[in-house]
Design a protein around this ligand. Structure first.
Ligand code: FAD
Length: 561
């Protein structure tokens, strides 16, 4: 009989335990969980705080009793594993709640470490204030719910959320939904740091629309306690009043207890092989606590997401009980999604920062397609960014929009996983009728734009060019020749300084004027979304000019201009 011990009883741990039982009815499976809850829906916690999920019990998927009944698991909540003796194959367990207080040791044949990650605590004066909370566990959510819900005796009116990552955004949305005056503070210069800056801009606008005050490119430096509220001092001198502060500035692997056991880690994250095996014999690890390999860049980093954790837990159980059939744990694409007000932001694969860090050459494409046929009521725009390499491989994609973002990013996640050449996206045969999509889906369009770029039928320019050329103007060099091909009304509502206006329908008849004005220089064409400027560049290029189209148009680049 195999004695399997599992440390941590939520995503990876419980997936491993459940699969282990399905594979082996005789195994002696014990799960130690330091908290009072197991197998709970941590991803649902923000929605309970915000009042979307109304019953706390809906978050609690199982209890130790239900797990005993359904899967014959021995689940010990309130028990923390404090050490591993790899030589004697035992773990030390410290009871943290309940009547027992003495530590004890438990032998294992196989051990799975799935301790997750702990929230990072900022080393700030005042961070230990009672008003500072985290949103990680069921008790955290219960405390927050008690402070913000309609039933609270004196509900919180002002809050500061530190960190605009996924959990910070979800917490912010939850508090705003409760009518709380929320300030969101982010160190990086845009919200949701893994998202490209040009896509973060509409998210910021949406946060402001739902009443959130967004402070980016700035850090909290001190929390000064007060009677009615604390004051969060920012590095730019602002002082934000807060009856509640939610700190969501990132997580770190919860592996400190195992440091002395000889477990190999990198920056605290457990190093594992393709079957989840650590350097210690018969010790496996999965989830937020491990070092994952990025599927696109090969960079190694922890990826704190539920999907990879759940699937890795299951695969580890496969390797323990049916090693000959076990599939390796795949590298991760870090596909992720978040809702902010009316908008959804989603991403898969590599972003600019990780491609730059890995030294991978890439081109960036921007599209602004509609989620479904424009003539069908309720069509809305999806802002899509994709990075491709010279060989036409899709490296990463991100999107923001009101509807249909999840579907497109999940298709692109599949394409990256299948290592599909980006031009093959043109041929994907999607379900279509007007309420759902278009005869040419945004994903088909991405393939077409990529094909045009790779075959140089479409040459792009990016707004960063203007930053570079401003420097040129200062040094006396000519500024780029800008051609606005939108309508007169659009031009009047705002245009780039010095741009010549020729609406795209008039390009053919005014071709000679344009070519004369350019004096043989490159023509930097722009419109609202990149479609009309593409049409214009085709005419100009075929007339012998070097014409480029602003990638994604004015709409994508709003934040730059
Ligand atoms: P966890 O699920 O965190 O489980 C680890 C458990 O181990 C914890 O319960 C901990 O108490 C216990 N533990 C730690 N150390 C010990 C020890 N020494 N002894 C005993 N027990 C120990 N991911 C998504 O993909 N999508 C989402 O929408 C999403 N939303 C989220 C929202 C919130 C508020 C949070 C907190 C996370 C969210 N995540 C989301 C991330 C996702 O929940 C995690 O990536 C996933 O739970 C990681 O699984 P894990 O098993 O590694 O760790």
């Amino acid at each position: 009989i195999v004695k399997l011990v599992i440390v941590g009883g939520v995503a990876a741990g419980m997936s491993a335990a459940a699969r282990a039982r399905r594979l082996n009815e005789q195994a002696d499976i014990t799960v130690f969980e330091r908290g009072d809850y197991v197998s709970y829906a941590n991803c649902g916690l923000p929605y309970y705080v915000g009042g979307v999920i109304t019953f706390e019990d809906d978050l609690l998927l199982h209890t130790p009793e239900s797990l005993r009944a359904a899967l014959n698991l021995d689940v010990r909540t309130g028990h923390e594993v404090t050490g591993i003796d790899a030589e004697n194959k035992t773990v030390t367990v410290q009871p943290v709640t309940g009547p027992e207080t003495e530590p004890f040791t438990v032998p294992y044949d196989k051990l799975i470490l799935s301790p997750g990650a702990d929230p990072i605590r900022l080393p700030l004066p005042g961070f230990d204030s009672d008003r500072v909370h985290e949103l990680r566990t069921v008790p955290d959510a219960q405390q927050l719910h008690a402070l913000v819900s309609d039933e609270a005796a004196d509900p919180v009116r002002t809050a500061v959320v530190l960190g605009a990552g996924f959990i910070g955004l979800e917490a912010t949305e939850a508090l705003a939904a409760r009518g709380i005056d929320v300030h969101l503070v982010e160190l990086v210069d845009h919200v949701l740091p893994p998202l490209e800056a040009e896509l973060a801009y509409p998210l910021k606008k949406e946060l402001e629309r739902i009443g959130v005050r967004v402070h980016t490119g700035v850090a909290a430096e001190e929390i000064v306690p007060g009677e009615a509220c604390d004051l969060v001092h920012l590095t730019n001198g602002d002082k934000l009043p807060a009856e509640l502060i939610i700190a969501s500035v990132g997580v770190r692997p919860a592996t400190e207890q195992f440091a002395s056991s000889g477990l190999a880690t990198e920056r605290g994250a457990i190093i594992v092989d393709e079957h989840g095996r650590t350097n210690l014999p018969d010790v496996y690890a999965a989830g937020d606590a491990v070092l994952s390999v990025d599927a696109v860049t090969g960079l190694k980093r922890p990826v704190p997401l539920a999907g990879p954790a759940n699937r890795a837990g299951r695969l580890i159980a496969d390797h323990i009980f049916t090693p000959e059939q076990a599939r390796p744990i795949p590298t991760v694409q870090a596909t992720a999604i978040v809702r902010v007000g009316k908008l959804t932001a989603a991403m898969t694969g590599a972003n600019r920062a990780s491609l730059d860090e890995a030294g991978i050459d890439y081109q960036t494409l921007h599209l602004q397609p509609l989620n479904h046929a424009g003539y069908f009521p309720g069509a809305s725009r999806i802002s899509l960014v994709a990075h491709i390499d010279q060989q036409g491989q899709l490296l990463g994609a991100q999107a923001v929009g009101e509807s249909g973002v999840d579907k497109r990013i999940d298709v692109l996640a599949t394409a990256i996983a299948a290592k599909m050449p980006v031009t093959d996206l043109i041929d994907l045969d999607f379900s279509y009728s007007p309420p759902y999509g278009s005869a040419k889906d945004p994903v088909n369009f991405l393939g077409m734009v990529a094909q045009n770029v790779m075959s140089e039928k479409l040459k792009l320019w990016h707004p960063t060019l203007l930053e570079e050329t401003t420097a040129n103007i200062d040094s006396g060099t000519d500024s780029p020749f800008l051609l606005d091909v939108r309508s007169q009304a659009e031009y009047n509502s705002g245009h780039l300084y010095g741009a010549m206006l020729v609406p795209h329908t008039q390009i053919r008849e005014r071709l000679e004027d344009i070519l004369e004005a350019t004096n043989g220089n490159t023509i930097y064409v722009y419109c609202a979304s990149g479609v009309r400027s593409y049409l214009a560049t085709r005419i100009l290029t075929q007339a012998g000019a070097d014409a480029r189209s602003l990638s994604g148009g004015f709409t994508t680049a709003t934040d730059y201009f």
